[in-house]
Design a protein around this ligand. Structure first.
Ligand code: SF4
Length: 238
């Protein structure tokens, strides 16, 4: 496959002292993220989908009749209240616009409920356990259609990382120091037509200590306001 031939673009750097610190790529097939890419990888690639999970109503009803699943439990386990159960029609409905890709319903009722057909790959960056500024979760960058699409992005970002980060700083540390714009500029250049930002409001994907520049400003303003209220003028000497 083409991406196998493209790999040297990234691999040629490995096992050398060229990087400021280590770089990890991790791949998870679905948002359950068994590879813990979202919390441990500089480049996390996680399978996801757009919209609602797919429901095989016939199979779902059969599983309910056989006592294998309880529709009320499925409804209650959805963190975003995206699921409703029509007791009269014996139909499970899922509102795709509310689905957070939490996977609870799929875990409980597979194969009657499966990931949606409009499959994507969520690209996230900047997670690690060891690093200069402590552990961080990843930040969503874009939704890809194929794994090959990450190669130009990763190559460009690794070049930026080598240029900007001091030794023993991970990519997440670079984001803390330089701001998320380093990542968005690379994404705009190498992934111009891909949907940017979080693929859903999936908690495990979207929560991260690596803030976007807007979020960083929001928290800075908030901290200043608290300082002002508490110290009456924001004295930093107390
Ligand atoms: S995947 Fe999670 S958020 Fe989406 S419908 Fe199922 S339980 Fe709800």
């Amino acid at each position: 496959m083409d991406y196998v031939r493209s790999h040297p673009a990234v691999y040629r750097y490995l096992n050398t002292q060229m990087f400021p610190y280590k770089i990890k790529f991790k791949f998870s097939g679905c948002p359950m993220d068994c590879a813990t890419a979202n919390s441990r990888a500089d480049f996390a690639l996680i399978g996801t989908w757009i919209g609602a999970p797919e429901v095989d109503q016939g199979l779902f009803r059969k599983m309910v009749e056989e006592g294998k699943i309880n529709p009320k439990e499925i409804v209650d386990s959805c963190p975003s209240k995206a699921i409703t159960w029509d007791e009269e029609k014996k139909e499970l409905r899922i509102d795709g616009s509310k689905c957070l890709k939490a996977m609870n319903c799929i875990r409980k009722a597979f194969p009657a409920i499966r990931p949606g057909k409009n499959r994507k790959i969520a690209l996230l960056v900047g997670a690690h356990v060891q690093g200069h500024f402590g552990p961080k979760l990843a930040r969503a960058v874009a939704l890809l259609d194929s794994i090959e699409e990450v190669i130009p992005f990763a190559t460009e970002l690794i070049n930026k990382y080598m240029e900007l980060a001091p030794r023993r700083h991970r990519i997440g540390d670079m984001i803390i120091k330089r701001g998320f714009k380093v990542i968005s500029e690379v994404a705009d250049k190498t992934l111009p037509n891909k949907p940017k930002g979080t693929p859903s409001s999936h908690l495990r994907i979207s929560i991260g200590t690596n803030l976007t520049d807007d979020e960083r400003k929001m928290y800075e303003d908030w901290a200043k306001q608290i300082m002002n209220e508490y110290f009456g003028g924001g004295s930093s000497s107390r």
